[in-house]
Design a binder for this molecule. Sequence first.
Ligand SMILES: [Zn+2]
Length: 411
Amino acid sequence: MEQTLAIKIERLQGQLTELGAVNRAPDGSCRRVALTDADAMGRDLVRSWMRDLGLTIHIDRIGNVIGIRGGQSEGRPVMTGSHVDTVATGGLYDGAYGVLAGLEAIRVLNEVGLKTQRPLAVAFFTNEEGVRFQPDMMGSLVYAGGLSVEEALATKAEDGSVLRDELSRIGYAGTMPCGEIQPHAYVELHIEQGPVLHTAGEALAAVDFLQGISWQKVTITGVSNHAGTTPMRLRHDAGYCAGQIAAFVRALATRMGGAQVGTVGSIQLQPNLVNVIARKAIVTIDLRNTNDGLLAEAEREVRVFLADLARTEGVTIESVRTAQSPSVAFDVHIIETIERSAKRLGYKSIRRMTSGAGHDAQMLARICPTAMIFVPSVDGVSHNPREFTEPVHLAIGANVLLQTLVELANE
Ligand SMILES: [Zn+2]
């Protein structure tokens, strides 16, 4: 029975394109930053598709949306999903692919009238990207009990807006307690967002591990002064310190080698003028490693460096942690179910791989058996309007998801 099930790629592509068209920029970027009007429009569209499929829709207090398809018996649903928010320069597939492939799987089951034992659920989680409000993966983190809903609702954006107000404003302040629907299992389908599968010419992977992530925001306060008249030895230059930090993070990751990566992705200077020594700099640091011990060591080295820099440059440096999630080993049973599903579809042995990016699945793994499916990203490009996955790979991933959901819901 299950072998004959197949998704229709035109429908999936059609919905990806339609969702991607919401607030699309002239350069092709998808711009549905969490809790903006564009995010609301995207959410409304996906919710209308959930309604069309006859799903029972729940919205929880942090704005996560969960559509349920009843099973032959009640009980915990097998859940799939991802996110529909994007970065400001996002592509068509990051997040949206997992959610819309989940809906396509439901559509196929509706058409053939196949009712699984357990209910099925398709969810999209609030603020996965963490662009405006931090931490990222916030909706799933709250869902899994890793952050209190009150604390999350009180989060402030750089622009001063409060998450609670924005959630109400866009109409997604739901009433269901977060995490009330406990999944039997969670499977997330996502584009790889890296070059591994594309380079190897492979169509699919089961994700068995996700690396640990540490974010901090560093504020350096120095002294503003004239760029022409202030002798070099008398400067307390926040801009110079920001540059030193960026160079240190790069050198640290290179020196540690292995799986360590480090990025300074944002530097804001004040007053940010050509002839004025910067009074203040705000620098972000993103550190990741598959080994939590090594990641902690990288954090420690940064701490020591910042303390030394503050002393030698006569500036104040304060650091606030904005996100931290340890590495996650996904569930072997779910991984094997993905592998069996791939095999049924003719993919004899698929790669198991580690995710370099954070995903909602890492939060769900705290409360139920969880794993992920990756499909290739052409040239590994993501968070970019050039993000692209071949339709044939979109179809394979969605079909493996469909098979996996049915098997898990009937076990
Ligand atoms: Zn994503």
